[in-house]
Design a protein around this ligand. Structure first.
Ligand SMILES: NC(=O)c1ccc[n+]([C@@H]2O[C@H](COP(=O)([O-])OP(=O)(O)OC[C@H]3O[C@@H](n4cnc5c(N)ncnc54)[C@H](O)[C@@H]3O)[C@@H](O)[C@H]2O)c1
Length: 424
């Protein structure tokens, strides 16, 4: 998968810096500012953060590196992956004891069951996220949860319910929507919320890039083949409007401080051809927020096309043409000139600060679930060719995942044809 290209790299962030960052964090993440200053039972200020990694691929191992670089007293205690080779490679890399290295479909539960783990990183394909998130919450862990957080409406509802349980149990949750921890975004959006561009008229969200990876159609069973190529199957990845474009759509929801109420989109599969799987390679969706403001979204994964990964917002008194640049033009001009720190490190700095009580309680579950659902709504509008509303989408009942998770068969679906396809 293409990594985010607009993230500046940097060195480790030390513990002092997260205290300085508390006010910025409050602006970007779903923090309950009036939450009583309660310590979770799982990490007092000087306690060691003991990571359990679930999903030992590129992002999971990357996130462990980010967490280790983000604060002091952070260790890794356990790893889990559906494939033994992946789990073993991660255990070797991070020097995890063999008895804390788990594989198989139930490996996530074994990590959650360990008293030695107080901070779980969820980084499998998103089709598994609601189940893994719920298990981690039930087991009383603080959670760094990669995006997206589900691929269908039942998964969204399950994730939101588990997020509420996390709130009751005072477990901290930060999602891998790293723009919410990126200083240029935080400073710019703070000004937009304070009226720097006047009333918002419209927004634009793009993730246009080249073709995505395919690992080859090998595997003893259909489900193994699909999990290895999870990006190409909607029950595993949600399609790329969910899997990738979520980042940009989440920024628009953050600016609008809510989710759209309606989506009207289209898309198709032009260049993927006979490659296995059934996802689209392009989408364009018009979203409408409750106050009538429109957000225009595009995502494309086709080689030889112009790339553009950005968000923009136009107001009555100004404009921001690229949020990551942190430049506002208009009556109240602004140019971000602060330090650019890798937000994939900062998101752990922020989460660990909250876990240790050095920052207010944080729980991103609802906001990231709403952004994920925004993407799902756009996908279904494109697949069916129908306009869809938030209220109907939140009530959809179909689960995309196979009923039983075991090595064997897996769902095979046709590429959705608008006008014929029924809501997934
Ligand atoms: N925030 C970001 O910028 C960013 C960047 C990359 C990826 N991601 C997200 O991270 C997640 C993982 O992406 P990746 O690039 O690391 O993919 P990957 O294919 O490199 O890794 C996924 C890992 O999960 C394992 N896995 C699959 N099913 C599992 C299961 N049921 N239980 C345990 N392990 C399982 C796979 O074997 C693999 O090792 C995705 O949700 C993706 O969207 C986020």
């Amino acid at each position: 998968m293409t990594k985010q290209k607009d993230v500046p790299s940097q060195s480790a962030v030390n513990r002092r810096s997260f205290l300085k960052r508390t006010s910025m964090l409050a602006a970007g993440s779903a923090i309950v500012t009036n939450f009583p200053f309660v310590q979770t039972s799982h990490a007092a200020p000087d306690d060691v953060i003991k990571i359990g990694l679930i999903g030992c691929g590129g992002r999971g191992t990357g996130a462990v590196g980010n967490a280790l670089a983000s604060a002091g007293n952070v260790t890794i205690a356990a790893v889990a992956d559906v494939f033994e080779s992946q789990a073993k490679a991660a255990a070797e890399k991070f020097k995890v004891a063999p008895e804390h290295c788990f594989s198989g479909f139930d490996a996530y539960q074994k990590v959650c069951d360990l008293a030695d783990v107080n901070y779980v990183i969820l980084a499998t394909p998103p089709g598994f996220r609601p189940i893994h998130f719920e298990a981690a919450v039930k087991a009383g862990k603080n959670i760094f949860c990669e995006k997206p957080v589900a691929v269908d409406a039942p998964g969204i509802r399950r994730f939101i319910a588990a997020g509420e349980l996390a709130r009751e149990k005072k477990l901290c949750v930060v999602a891998g929507t790293q723009r919410r921890h990126q200083a240029s975004y935080l400073e710019t959006i703070k000004r937009i919320h304070a009226g720097a561009i006047g009333e918002i008229l419209c927004l634009r969200a793009y993730w246009n890039q080249g073709a995505i990876w395919h690992r080859g159609d090998h595997g003893e069973t259909e489900i193994e083949k699909q999990i290895r190529n999870w990006y190409h199957y909607s029950w595993l990845c949600g399609d790329h409007i969910v899997e990738q474009h979520l980042h940009n759509i989440d920024v628009c929801n953050w600016i609008m401080q809510g989710h759209p109420i309606r989506a009207y989109g289209q898309g198709g599969r032009q260049a993927l051809g006979s490659k296995s799987g059934h996802i689209y390679d392009h989408f364009a969706v018009e979203y409408e927020y409750a106050n009538g403001v429109r957000m225009f979204s595009q995502c494309r994964q086709i080689d030889g096309t112009d790339g553009n990964v950005s968000e923009a917002v136009v107001g009555t008194k100004g404009v921001c043409n690229k949020l990551s640049d942190g430049i506002i033009l208009g009556e109240s001009p602004f140019k971000f000139d602060g330090t650019r720190i890798d937000p994939q490190i900062v998101e752990h700095t922020d989460l660990i600060a909250a876990v240790r009580g050095a920052a207010p309680y944080v729980n991103d579950a609802t906001s990231v679930a709403h952004s994920t659902m925004t993407c799902i709504m756009g996908r279904e509008s494109a697949y069916t060719g129908q306009a869809v509303t938030w209220d109907e989408a939140m009530g959809w009942q179909t689960s995309l995942a196979p009923e039983k998770m075991e090595w064997g068969s897996a769902p095979t679906r046709e590429v959705p044809i608008p006008g014929k396809h029924q809501i997934s």
